[in-house]
Ligand binder design. Structure first.
Ligand SMILES: O=C(O)CCC(=O)C(=O)O
Length: 374
């Protein structure tokens, strides 16, 4: 079915497409939504991404990933720099990362949207304090920030607003970035987004990082999302992509600064966190780990999710929700901190950008305001 848009006078292409997919009555046609799972490419011209060197990385097994030789990655002609890796996770791996986002990354010292309302050191534990699930509290969590904390008001990272970046997530990003040929990517900041049916994320670009040449890694788990990616301004008509559980979207090169948004969460057609292989234990394979200091703990944390009783609470959450881990490098390769004077030039550029934005507000676009409606 062809989609029809009625374009109000002052509406840009991005907004029209966003509204089209957000709408529930009538429901949008999904004919033009690219889906790697169903091999539906709509009107998108896609290419196979060939990894520069396919060297086996033993870390994959410990991080809940399949062998790199099995990974399938795609590029889109309309969006140079966007790479989509079709779910490279094992079922047990999906369980591990979903659980991490819920049980660990939501804890202090990480920051969450709930902080402005109440002080909670351990949101997940608090949700089950009374012996049953406090679903009102559970649904309150919308985001947590890790490493350099994203400042939602100023959009500027600072040295006095950061905590340790999780070792396991840094290792995961290192593994994937090496596969893509990036030798020096360092995960330094992340936003973990928690979506429910009805949640949306409005159009924005991510440009707070000093280093905008490094790629951005976006991991999706749980229910699916219609993800829109456009170009450098909102007049570029965005493409719609169905992101399913386990899919990794990498925004690099031109796509790093492209507008993107999530107009709709849709029920997943399959549950890759619950298929048969989640009962296979992983064992130490002596892989060289770059960031993880306690490999035995990692193996223990991975294998404990085989037990369906342990996994059950997390399963209940993810049956209704989507989690997105959005990971960035903040600093330049040799930069040690934001206070590193050698990199003053970057700040100066940033200052110029802000000045520019004041005279031309349309480029002040990091309006990552959440339009969640549950
Ligand atoms: O949820 C997603 O897929 C995108 C999230 C995002 O764009 C962000 O956190 O900046």
């Amino acid at each position: 079915m062809e989609r029809t848009f009625i374009k109000p006078e002052n509406e840009n292409s991005f907004m029209q497409v966003f509204k089209y997919y957000k709408c529930n009555k009538p429901k949008p046609s999904l004919d033009n939504v690219l889906s790697l799972e169903n091999k539906i490419f709509g009107k998108n011209q896609i290419g196979l991404y060939s990894a520069p060197t396919l060297i086996e990385d033993l870390r994959t097994e410990l991080l809940g990933l399949t062998n790199v030789k099995e990974w399938k990655a795609y590029t889109l002609l309309r969006h140079p720099g966007l790479i989509l890796i079709k779910n490279p996770f094992t079922s047990l791996g999906q369980r591990y990362w979903i659980r991490k986002c819920l049980e660990q990354y939501s804890k202090k010292p990480n920051k969450t949207n709930i902080d402005t309302e109440m002080v909670l050191n351990d949101w997940w534990k608090e949700c089950f304090k009374s012996g049953h699930c406090n679903s009102k509290l559970q649904n309150k969590l919308r985001w947590t920030t890790l490493g350099y904390h994203h400042n939602w008001d100023t959009k500027v990272y600072t040295e006095d607003n950061k905590s340790l970046f999780p070792e396991d997530l840094a290792e995961l990003c290192d593994c994937i970035s090496k596969y893509l040929g990036y030798q020096n990517f360092r995960a330094e900041a992340a936003i973990v987004n928690y979506y429910h049916i009805g949640s949306t994320l409005s159009a924005h670009t991510d440009h707070s990082e000093v280093n905008l040449e490094a790629p951005l890694f976006s991991f999706s788990f749980g229910q699916s999302a219609i993800f829109l990616i456009g170009g450098p301004d909102k007049n570029f008509e965005p493409s719609a992509i169905m992101l399913n559980s386990g899919d990794v979207a990498v925004m690099s090169k031109e796509a790093r600064l492209s507008y993107h948004a999530v107009p709709k969460i849709v029920s997943a057609l399959s549950q890759p966190w619950s298929n048969g292989e989640s009962d296979k234990e992983i064992c130490d394979n002596m892989a060289n780990l770059k960031y993880i200091t306690d490999r035995q703990q990692l193996i223990l944390d991975m294998n404990r999710n085989i037990d369906n009783k342990e996994w059950n609470l997390f399963k209940n959450y993810i049956q209704e929700s989507r989690i997105n881990m959005n990971v960035r490098q903040v600093l330049h390769e040799h930069q040690k901190s934001l206070l590193d004077v050698k990199f003053f030039k970057s700040y100066f550029n940033c200052f110029l950008f802000i000045l520019n934005s004041i005279s031309n507000p349309s480029i002040l676009t990091k309006n990552i305001s959440f339009v969640f409606q549950s």
